[in-house]
Structure formats: structure tokens, C-alpha cells
Design a protein around this ligand. Structure first.
Ligand code: NAD
Length: 315
């Protein structure tokens, strides 16, 4: 029995479905233990239609905060008392902070990439970024890079309708004085894609292409001339740890230290949320060691999240 729980213990959690394999409870409870914080973090299965009830429960139970995952992020954003600038532009919330019944929605997904890049000694400031994809993760990354001073973000996507949605968000940001140059192109414009990457500083894959098991071994970059020595290559995919895009980049002139996979994004978006809940820095180094130990023991935490996403994508 956990004797740590008291009458004052605050509840936090994650809402979404499927949720039973979520790695978030391990990440946050590890961090609460590390600091001796009197909090407990649980996973709650929640469909989009149940999100309003979950928010009412957050207020009623005086929960300190909650993460939100698929498919509830947009519905959460529609029902917040306040929204952070990033969450407002994106129209989706992955972190909710409850201050005395006032619920503020944040989106830390894009920040996860920005902070992971920083952890690798790279800044997005004044950088020319090429972004593959215009889905949930891509939109969050586009907004955060623009807010954090990127020189330009050129979005390449398979379909036109998601590009139009991204463009709408870009127009809103411009109206509010965000100065980053934003461009929207179709992936079928292959020569333009190669040339834009050749001229770019950071290439980010924010599509599911390359992810195990469905598209492992695939990459959207087929022209190896796109890669160059100064290019930073970031892949949001963390299973497999080294994607085809990352292998191709390494074999075609990019420096090893400039090729980064998506595991860190997961940790750093959580670290951002942890700071919002507690005002403290998540013990990322210790958490990484703990996660590596679990992986070695054959009970990986992040692998569980991958299973959860796989189920979602297969629905
Ligand atoms: P989404 O469904 O909103 O978007 C998927 C994107 O992939 C779209 O832009 C779609 O056009 C593109 N895409 C899919 N198949 C394609 C193909 N064959 N050719 C070209 N484009 C294709 O999903 P999302 O939530 O944005 O997630 C995208 C990926 O990012 C997933 O693999 C997810 O696991 C990963 N992700 C990682 C983290 C992390 O912490 N590392 C966080 C969020 C998402």
C-alpha cells in the first residue's frame, strides 16, 4: 500500500482514449517522488464527447492539472476559461492548469521540439525551418517555432486541405504581429522541396511516415541531394529510434550530432507541463536514466506510449 497518499494529496491526470498504456503517469509520478511533491497522477479514459464532464470533474475534485491527448485536444481547447498564445493559435490543448477553478489551456507539443533542440545545443531563433506535415504535431511545431523567433517555416504536406488550415493559423499569427515568414507547399512539388531543404537550417519530419510498424523504412525525402553538412534533421518519430530519414541524413553528409529522434520531444513537452503544474523543472536527466533502466529490464515506459498510438492509428 502506498502510505504516501494523504488527505491533502492533489490529483492530476491525463484524459484521452485509448489511455491504459500511457507512459505519462510514470513520468509525472517519478518527478513528484523526486521532489517529495504531495501529488498523484492517473490516466483517465475519456472520449471527446466526455471531455466537458471531465473538465467539470477537474473543478469539482480540485485537480491541479491534466494532460489531454487524442482525441480530446480540440474539444478541451473549446472549453477552457483561458488559453495560452500557442494553444489559442493551434486550437488544441495538451495541458490544463487549474487555478482555483479557472482552467487555462496550454499546448506544449511544439515546445517539446524547441526544448529538445535546445538540449542538443540548437536554437530555432533566426533559423530557416522546413516542416514536413500539417497535422496536429506539425501545427504545434509551426506555431512554437514562429513564436520563438524562427526566420521562416516552410510547411510541406501531402494534402491541400490541411495546408489551408495551417495557412489560416499563419494568417492569425501575422495579424497578431508574429513576424516569421510562413509558406505552404505540396509535397508533390519535389524539386521545390529539395531546394528549400538545401537552403534551410533545420528539417523537421512531423508526419507519421517512418513510424513502426506501418511505415517503418519509409521517408518523405527521396532526393539525397537535399541533405547538407549544416542541416539539422529532427524526426518526431521515436519508434524506431533511428528512422530511415535519420539514416539517410547520416549517410548523405549531415553531422551525426545534428540528427535527432523524437524521444526527447516526449520528455520535454512533459517537462513543460510539469513546470506549469509545479513551477519546478522536471528532473529530466534522472528521468532519462530511470526510463533507460526500465527499457533494459524489459518494461519500457515509452514503448507503452507507442502501443497506445498504434491502437489509435489503427482505429
Ligand atoms: P496527424 O494524424 O494529425 O498528422 C499526420 C501527418 O502525417 C499529416 O500531415 C499527414 O498528411 C502526414 N502523413 C501521413 N501519412 C503520410 C504519407 N504516406 N505521406 C505523406 N504524409 C503523410 O498526427 P500527429 O498527431 O500530427 O502525429 C504525427 C506523428 O508525430 C505521429 O507519428 C506521432 O507518433 C508523432 N508524434 C510524436 C510526438 C513525440 O513526442 N515525439 C508527439 C506527437 C506526435
Amino acid at each position: 500500500m502506498d502510505t504516501r497518499i494523504s488527505g491533502k494529496t492533489r490529483l492530476l491526470g491525463v484524459f484521452g482514449t485509448p489511455i491504459t498504456h500511457s507512459g505519462s503517469p510514470v513520468m509525472y509520478n517519478f518527478s513528484f517522488d523526486y521532489y517529495g511533491i504531495d501529488g498523484v497522477y492517473l490516466a483517465f479514459d475519456c472520449r471527446e464527447s466526455e471531455m466537458k464532464d471531465s473538465l467539470a470533474a477537474m473543478r469539482r475534485l480540485n485537480m491541479r492539472g491534466a494532460n489531454v491527448t487524442m482525441p480530446c485536444k480540440q474539444e478541451a481547447a473549446r472549453n477552457m476559461d483561458r488559453l495560452s498564445p500557442a494553444a489559442k493559435f493551434i486550437g488544441a490543448v495538451n495541458t490544463i492548469v487549474n487555478d482555483g477553478g479557472i482552467l487555462t489551456g496550454h499546448n506544449t507539443d511544439g515546445m517539446g521540439v524547441v526544448l529538445d533542440l535546445k538540449d542538443h545545443g540548437k536554437s530555432v531563433q533566426d533559423q530557416k525551418i522546413v516542416l514536413l506535415g500539417a497535422g496536429g504535431a506539425a501545427t504545434a511545431i509551426m506555431v512554437q517555432c514562429a513564436l520563438d523567433g524562427a526566420k521562416s517555416v516552410t510547411v510541406f504536406n501531402r494534402g491541400a486541405s490541411a495546408l489551408e488550415k495551417a495557412e489560416k493559423i499563419g494568417k492569425k499569427m501575422k495579424k497578431e504581429g508574429v513576424s516569421c515568414m510562413l509558406d505552404y507547399c505540396l509535397l508533390s512539388e519535389e524539386e521545390l522541396l529539395t531546394e528549400t531543404i538545401r537552403q534551410g537550417d533545420i528539417l523537421i519530419n512531423a508526419t507519421s511516415v517512418g513510424m513502426a510498424p506501418m511505415s517503418e523504412g519509409q521517408s518523405l525525402i527521396t532526393d539525397m541531394k537535399a541533405f547538407h553538412e549544416e542541416l539539422v534533421v529532427y524526426d518526431v518519430i521515436y519508434n524506431p529510434e533511428v528512422t530511415k530519414l535519420m539514416k539517410d541524413a547520416a549517410e548523405n553528409g549531415c553531422r551525426k550530432e545534428n540528427i535527432i529522434g523524437g524521444k526527447g520531444m516526449l520528455l520535454w513537452q512533459g517537462a513543460c507541463a510539469f513546470r506549469l503544474y509545479t513551477g519546478l523543472e522536471m528532473p529530466v536527466r534522472e528521468l532519462k536514466e530511470f526510463l533507460a533502466k526500465r527499457e533494459k529490464e524489459g518494461t519500457p515506459v515509452l514503448q507503452d506510449i507507442v502501443h497506445e498510438q498504434k491502437e489509435y492509428h489503427e482505429e
